[in-house]
Design a protein around this ligand. Structure first.
Ligand SMILES: Cc1cc2nc3c(=O)[nH]c(=O)nc-3n(C[C@H](O)[C@H](O)[C@H](O)COP(=O)(O)OP(=O)(O)OC[C@H]3O[C@@H](n4cnc5c(N)ncnc54)[C@H](O)[C@@H]3O)c2cc1C
Length: 397
């Protein structure tokens, strides 16, 4: 039998209750002297007996799990996303959290920077907390493309064996890191909103909303390395720059085939909605189903204009086609963290709150005094938005 040491009975825990005998679909368990005995020729290690046993007297231990030695995996890595040579703010957020994780693990914090003519950005990453920067500079990495970026990152991971790899849950980050995880066979938790280290096991605790945002699940990847996670933009504080910090820059080069891609990049078209970019806005005025119809979104736009802010929306407003998806705030939209968030006619369901509750000041306008949005609001206005919002616009104008 292939799994001859994978399943066993713990005699000191077995009470001879015979539940396992009854549940075994293969007739592989008998009782001998009031203890369960597993016939390993018949057992398929289906686990039915393990589940039924109230006394935890039957255990399955995977052979390969026993043998895995991760001691050569060290360091916390942050993939430092850049666009047009500018390191994106998500990278600084990850360096802030990465520093904390690395300190808890007693490891170094390393940044990975890929691009073209980006050498001078490496020192910014050191100033933000990186002890080391792995720099791959090549004209072939000028613009993000899945294949070359994936191959380069995979090569670096294979060579230096990090313990943890963090990446922004951005369009680029999501595309890149899932490919990397598949190639190296590592576990990956997408869209995390919290990260920590288990003090006993030294594992990365990866927290993210699950079951439609109704619970927060904490996920671990105990059987593979590196432990990989993407993290939402604006949920973690940026590491503050310190120009006096010292670090090491390691320049890497790879053979031509690492940079090749099966797809040809013809052109890069700027996103039309880029002007809105609610993820970066300091002031956001958001509208929800309380607006009743598409045309009424104009009162939200007018207030946003008066405040020089951006326009956000609940999913209900987006689903009703009152405003494009790029404005959606929440679990399946964008996470925002402005200085001021004004929610108008938004009830405040958990999926919306996840995307905006860390805003500095939240003002909620809702005619229902029991609306859940008031539980996160700094200031609440119970009233009709069609009366309150125009008055605010007039005042701020
Ligand atoms: C998997 C999943 C993901 C989701 N992702 C998101 C997400 O990313 N973002 C998101 O927003 N939602 C998301 N949702 C949907 C979410 O659960 C809610 O359905 C949605 O946020 C409700 O939008 P709303 O508050 O605009 O509408 P409603 O819940 O209908 O609330 C409308 C509010 O307007 C108030 N109102 C009505 N008239 C007025 C008035 N004249 N003046 C003042 N107040 C008024 C009402 O009192 C009410 O509180 C998701 C749901 C699921 C299941």
């Amino acid at each position: 039998m292939a799994n001859n040491d994978a399943i066993r009975v713990l005699n000191d825990k077995c009470t001879g209750c015979t539940l396992c005998v009854k549940v075994c679909p293969f007739g592989a368990i008998t009782m001998e002297e009031k203890k369960a005995v597993i016939n390993l020729m018949k057992c398929t290690v289906c686990g039915a007996c393990v589940e039924i046993c109230k006394f935890k007297a039957i255990v399955i231990q995977k052979k390969d799990e026993e043998k895995i030695d991760f001691s050569h995996h060290k360091d916390v890595w942050v993939f430092s996303e850049q666009k047009k040579g500018q390191v994106q703010s998500i990278s600084f957020e990850l360096l802030g959290k990465g520093r904390e994780l690395a300190d808890k693990l007693g490891a170094r914090l390393c940044a990975v920077l890929l691009g073209d003519k980006i050498e001078d950005k490496a020192k910014d990453l050191i100033a933000r907390g990186a002890d080391k920067v792995y720099l791959v500079n090549s004209p072939k990495l000028h613009v993000y493309q899945d294949e070359p970026y994936t191959k380069v990152l995979v090569e670096l991971i294979k060579k230096y064996k990090p313990e943890v790899v963090l990446c922004g849950a951005t369009v680029i980050g999501r595309s890149l890191i899932s490919r990397v995880a598949v190639k190296i066979g590592a576990g990956l938790t997408a869209d995390c909103t919290g990260l920590d280290i288990d003090p006993d096991e030294k594992l990365l605790l990866q927290t993210r909303p699950a079951f439609g945002g109704n619970i927060m699940a904490t996920i671990i990847s105990p059987n593979t390395r590196p432990q990989m996670a993407t993290v939402r933009h604006k949920v973690m504080a940026e590491a503050e720059p310190d120009a006096k910090r010292k670090g090491v820059i390691i320049k890497e080069e790879f053979p031509e085939d690492v940079y090749t891609s099966r797809s040809i990049l013809i052109d890069v078209v700027e996103e039309i909605e880029a002007t809105i970019n609610i993820a970066e806005a300091d002031i956001i005025v958001s509208g929800g189903r309380g607006l009743r119809e598409k045309e009424n979104f104009d009162i939200i736009r007018e207030l946003a204009l008066a405040l020089n802010g951006a326009v956000g929306a609940s999913r209900s407003a987006v689903d009703a086609d009152w405003i494009p998806y790029s404005h959606q705030v929440g679990q399946t939209g964008k996470t925002v963290c402005p200085k001021l968030y004004i929610a108008c006619g938004i009830s405040g369901q958990i999926q919306h709150l996840i995307g905006m509750k860390s805003s500095d000041v939240i003002v909620a306008i809702n005619k229902d005094p029991d609306a859940p949005i008031f539980s996160v609001a700094t200031y609440g206005i119970v009233g009709d938005l069609f009366k309150v919002v125009p008055k605010l616009t007039q005042y701020f104008k």
